[in-house]
Write a protein of this length. Structure first.
Length: 283
């Protein structure tokens, strides 16, 4: 009863003060926040192992990775990403991978395009030696390289909804392996949101190494992720058909890596199947 009387009193007051009633009815909605001209985001992750295009970069040991991205409203972007690596996984003398990239991307409804340039760089490394494996090697070339290990790639990608196709082309010798300029990588990926923070992703890629067919191979990945209040945990099954046999008499096996073990060297089949678990966050 008291609520009814109070409501009637308020209604009467509103009729007695029409200006007040009109002001309440005409109160404008809050204006949407303007789109910023640019955004700056960072990312950090811990992984049980680092696999680049399916190939082991840390001999199965953990990797800590992170970077940042600057994106302009026009679609242009710049970024950096870094990870620890093993200098005996093909980067003599280096133990850090630093990636620098820039490009332009845009979406139109369900469709998207991304074009850019990426530089892989390994400070402290030397393609001529300094690691347990010595110089980076191509049995089909007499050329030698002796500068800091790096790789310069251009890329072009297109996407539709949750599927993307990306082509990368090496403008330099592929990670300083002699006479491999023009190496290509094709990447077909999919990422699907299952709802409630769950997601699945898959990937098939193929590396075609110029003038070194034994180093060409395909890689595969199938993974699942869960978003826990901004922290993303994941697990991925990764495999390749890379030539990584370390058996005597197996012929040219570019992905059989060697590492010192105190009494000599041990071997690692760098393309073998594995499960990588991770936790990461974007901020």
């Amino acid at each position: 009863m008291r609520k009814t009387i109070l409501a009637a009193s308020l209604a009467t007051a509103a009729l007695a003060l029409p200006g007040l009633a009109l002001a309440q009815a005409a109160a404008p909605a809050a204006a949407p926040a303007p789109t910023p001209d640019y955004t700056l985001t960072g990312n950090m992750g811990l992984f049980s192992s680092y696999r680049f295009r399916g190939i082991d970069q840390t001999f199965g040991k953990p990797a800590i990775q992170g970077g940042f991205d600057f994106t302009h409203v026009s679609g242009f972007y710049l970024g950096n990403w870094d990870s620890n690596v093993s200098d005996t996984a093909g980067y003599p003398g280096g133990n850090i991978e630093m990636d620098f990239y820039g490009g332009w991307k845009k979406t139109w409804g369900d469709w998207g395009v991304d074009v850019g340039l990426l530089e892989y760089y390994y400070p402290g490394s030397n393609a001529a030696g300094g690691g347990s494996q010595g110089a980076l090697f191509n049995p089909h070339s007499t050329k030698t390289n002796s500068s800091t290990v790096h790789n310069t790639e251009g890329y072009l990608a297109g996407s539709w909804k949750w599927i993307s196709l990306k082509w990368s082309h090496a403008f330099s010798d592929y990670f300083m392996v002699p006479n491999t300029k023009g190496t290509n990588y094709l990447d077909l990926s999919a990422s699907y949101d299952l709802g409630d923070g769950w997601g699945i992703n898959g990937h098939v890629g193929h590396t075609a190494v110029k003038n070194y067919t034994e180093a060409s191979y395909s890689d595969y990945k199938l993974g699942v992720t869960k978003d826990l209040s901004g922290w993303v945990v994941g697990a991925s099954l990764i495999s390749t058909n890379a030539k990584d046999s370390c058996s005597a008499g197996a012929g040219i096996q570019p992905y059989c890596f060697f590492k010192p073990n105190g009494t000599g060297f041990s071997t690692d089949k760098a393309g073998k199947s594995t499960v990588v678990v991770s936790v990461s966050k974007t901020f």
